[in-house]
Ligand binder design. Structure first.
Ligand code: MF3
Ligand code: CO
Length: 242
């Protein structure tokens, strides 16, 4: 899980550096795919339920599962990148949201709150806590900022499969669901909007958008509960060791 995770972390960090107005979203997908093959590993999303690319690129009101295309990024866009890898039989999955050039104050705040809510949730990732303690912490942080949490997509267990149990909603009351234990590996992924949480799916049958066209942001890491605490498996550890 560490080996797949650090590949995801490194490639997302490299993609972040590529973001600029004028870039076609398929150039990000091509780079991600080429890079993971180079590092040793397989893109996890390509072919998953028929998904046609290695990377999900979701712009502005697109929440998740945007399909890379000839569309070009433009100044002021908010772009979410979601990437998964299989290495040695284990999955890693993470997502970031990045501003394209100068973005609105609201867009900047949305990115910050998505990331902050993830770390608030992480505070509750401890043996003995209930799974929904994480959910409740994320929801509280997001709603405190005046934003909404998406209901139709959730975080998940991860390991030998991309999506394993348990589901991890980003909303709910604390004290419910399974008890957390050492050795669990989870993908925690708040998806939030500046408006209402209702979702629509575009005619490509993949791209999830906000029904009210409000902006969306997504932040995800694969994490583990270890003997010594929490480990973020998809962090970018900067120094690459083959
Ligand atoms: N990355 C999504 C998740 O976090 C899954 C995307 S699978 C795809 O669970 F096939 F839609 F790309
Ligand atoms: Co995920």
């Amino acid at each position: 899980m560490r080996e797949s995770g650090r590949r995801v972390g490194l490639i997302l960090a490299e993609l972040r550096e590529m973001i600029k107005p004028g870039l076609e979203t398929r150039q990000l997908d091509c780079y991600a795919e080429k890079r993971i093959l180079e590092l040793g590993g397989v893109p996890a999303f390509k072919g998953y339920n028929g998904y046609p690319a290695s990377l999900c690129v979701s712009i502005n009101e697109e929440i998740v599962h945007g399909i890379p295309s000839g569309r070009r990024l433009k100044e002021g866009d908010l772009v979410s990148l979601d990437f998964g890898v299989i290495y040695g039989g284990f999955y890693g999955d993470a997502a970031i949201t990045v501003p394209v050039g100068e973005v609105s104050e609201e867009a900047r705040r949305l990115i910050e709150v998505a990331e902050r809510s993830f770390y608030q949730g992480l505070e509750y990732l401890k043996e003995g806590n209930h799974l929904s303690d994480i959910s409740a912490a994320i929801q509280t942080e997001v709603e405190k900022a005046g934003f909404s949490v998406i209901r139709d997509f959730v975080g998940h267990g991860i390991g030998r499969e991309l999506h394993e149990g348990p589901q991890i909603p980003n909303f709910g009351l604390p004290g419910h669901g399974p008890k957390l234990k050492k050795g669990m590996t989870l993908a925690i992924e708040p998806m939030i909007t500046s408006g209402h949480y209702e979702v629509a799916i575009l005619s490509d049958n993949w791209t999830a958008v906000t029904r009210d066209h409000s902006l969306a942001a997504h932040f995800e890491h694969s994490v583990a509960i270890t003997e010594s605490g929490v480990e973020i498996l998809t962090a970018n550890d900067k120094k690459w060791r083959p």
